[in-house]
Design a protein around this ligand. Structure first.
Ligand code: NAD
Length: 365
């Protein structure tokens, strides 16, 4: 089969990890007889440098004619001036919004061979396997008013956590649909004891629950959820939450898996369904880690597992997706580790070698 894929490496280690994900994708193509037609585009800081815009029109065009988008990461100290006209992150936010990618799926799975490599007790994290669904195109990051201004009493700034019932309804439904395919329990995370937007969130979540009598719903306050992720993560299965809460909680949850370099994500324009291809953007949850960029240090596994999600959700290639996931597991089982997940007695490898090893494991399957 033939597929058009947009590849947006972005900045910093985004470039390093994307190179390895493309290597893995090409191996999958060779092994399973698919042609992946890859088109590269600029996004983030590099796009600002070359075109003045974090999301050039040409990049958006490439994404729109592709079945899926692979994205590394954006940002870096070079573009951090708080008074700058635009920022690399704006490119990513605009791309998600323009492609209507409102549902961000972030699986948190602890690989058994890594349980000694985290800061938590092995008995707490052994067997952890849950998924966050983060709303991606609303809330604080987009709501208006959003501005800074001067007053006689000093400077002020405001961001608005704005949600419509339609935005809440569609993301909560993604949660219920996914819960149906797993443990039939959905945790809806909000801050309904304080925030008005959360009270609407909870009301709409309860209304939607009426359409899913087979799924149990639990409402959890975001502060309690932050605690639960560390205290008893095995309690969690499917969670749905708004944009900012999801952004913060999933970084916290990444520590269960040992490193930010282990967590993949898929941003979709609807509910993922078996056998139905859905357009999406696939990226690791981590940022551009500028200090590690170009040093052959970054862990490419999050980007490679994001590629597996792309094979499954946007290309309906389930067997190929599983082959990539199995290859990652096999390489970890053989004791290979990048610096961020390194443990005593294991073999330390760089970004490119990790990509080579995973590709080889796919070839040999
Ligand atoms: P970061 O995720 O880049 O790095 C946080 C820490 O995790 C660092 O110690 C880094 O070395 C480590 N790390 C991250 N990914 C890793 C990997 N694959 N392998 C090994 N170690 C890894 O977050 P930050 O340092 O807060 O931000 C750096 C830049 O990235 C900023 O400009 C920020 O705005 C941007 N950012 C971009 C995205 C995105 O593109 N989606 C997300 C978050 C942050």
């Amino acid at each position: 089969m033939q597929f058009n894929i947009a590849v947006l490496p972005g900045d910093g280690i985004g470039v390093d990890v994307c190179t390895e994900a493309v290597k893995v994708l090409r191996t999958v193509g060779k092994k399973y007889g698919h042609e992946f037609k890859l088109k590269e585009g600029l996004v983030g800081g590099i796009a600002i440098d070359e075109t003045g815009e974090p999301l050039p029109k040409e990049t958006l065009k490439i994404c729109r004619i592709s079945q899926a988008v692979m994205l590394g990461a954006v940002g870096g100290t070079k573009w951090d001036d708080p008074n700058a006209k635009t920022r690399p992150e704006n490119g990513l936010l605009e791309l998600r919004k323009k492609m209507g990618l409102f549902a961000n799926l972030r699986p948190v799975k602890v690989f058994p061979m890594l349980i000694n490599g985290t800061n938590l007790k092995p008995e707490i994290i052994d067997g952890v396997d849950f998924i966050f669904i983060r709303e991606l195109t609303g809330g604080l990051y987009f709501g208006k008013p959003k501005k800074r201004w001067e007053t006689a009493g000093g400077r002020k700034a405001v961001d608005s956590m704005l949600y419509s019932e339609q935005e809440i309804d569609r993301i909560v439904r993604v949660g219920f649909e996914l819960a149906r395919t797993r443990g039939k329990k959905l945790i809806s995370v909000d801050k309904a004891n304080v925030l008005e937007s959360s009270r609407l969130w909870r009301t709409v979540a309860m209304e939607v629950a009426g359409d899913y009598p087979d799924v149990e719903i639990e409402h959890m306050l975001v502060d309690a959820c932050a605690m639960r992720i560390i205290q008893n993560p095995k309690y969690l299965d499917v969670l749905v939450t708004e944009n900012t809460f999801g952004d913060i909680l999933t970084d916290e949850a990444s520590m269960l898996a040992g490193s930010m370099g282990m967590l993949a994500s898929a941003s979709l324009a609807g509910v993922p369904q078996e056998g139905k291809a859905i357009p999406g953007l696939y990226e690791p949850i981590h940022g551009s880690a500028p200090r590690r960029a170009g040093l052959d240090m970054a862990n490419p596994i999050a980007m490679i597992l994001s590629t597996a999600m792309m094979l499954r959700y946007s290309l309906c290639l389930n067997e190929e997706a599983k082959a990539v996931e199995d290859a990652v597991e096999s390489v970890l089982n053989h004791g290979y580790r990048t610096y961020d997940i390194m443990d005593e007695g294991k073999t330390k490898v760089g970004t490119a070698r990790m990509g080579d090893l995973i590709s080889k494991a796919i070839e040999e399957k």
